[in-house]
Design a protein around this ligand. Structure first.
Ligand SMILES: [Zn+2]
Ligand SMILES: [Zn+2]
Ligand SMILES: [Zn+2]
Length: 169
């Protein structure tokens, strides 16, 4: 990041803070590139992280790599386990399993359209949908209370005063 970008970023951040009286929602610029209408985001509670992350496996994985230096492709036998630093969690696992684990911290649930069973992971739902009676079930995705939808169309130039959002350069 060059200094021009980062000083503009802190200026906008300060301006939004003053305007709304609240900490602006900090997003990664990639989120805008990968979404053309809306994106659901949730605060990241990894070790005091100030950002919001998009509630999607791919984006969670990217965020962990870029902002928390975690190699989320490390799943091999000899990969050492690390602790999840999410507030209130110290679960140990291989870094490659973290994105899916973090999604469960974001309050996403997969509900079975047939029996209304509620699963915390998509793979668990897929296993569930193999069971007798639920083979034709669809997943109804429900999001946690802490999440919100951001309209990415309104974020011209990387920030939006009406949504109190600023993208990290
Ligand atoms: Zn984070
Ligand atoms: Zn955790
Ligand atoms: Zn079911």
């Amino acid at each position: 990041m060059d200094t021009d970008c980062s000083s503009e970023f802190s200026m906008v951040r300060g301006m939004l803070q003053e305007h709304s009286g609240m900490n602006p929602i900090l997003l990664d610029r990639d989120i805008l590139r990968d979404h053309n209408a809306e994106v659901r985001v949730h605060p990241c509670h990894w070790d005091g992280c100030p950002m919001h992350i998009a509630v999607e496996h791919k984006q969670v994985s990217k965020h962990l790599q870029q902002h928390h230096n975690i190699n989320t492709s490390a799943t091999s036998e000899d990969t050492e386990q690390i602790s999840c630093l999410w507030t209130g969690c110290r679960h140990a696992m291989k870094p490659g399993n973290l994105p899916r684990h973090i999604l469960s911290h974001l309050g996403v649930r997969w509900m079975c359209s047939t029996c209304e069973a509620s699963l915390s992971r998509e793979d668990a739902f897929r296993r569930h949908a193999l069971e007798k009676g639920c083979q034709h079930a669809k997943a109804v995705v429900k999001y946690g209370d802490g999440s919100l939808v951001i309209d990415t169309v309104c974020i011209d130039g990387g920030w939006s005063a009406s949504q109190n959002v600023v993208c990290i350069p």
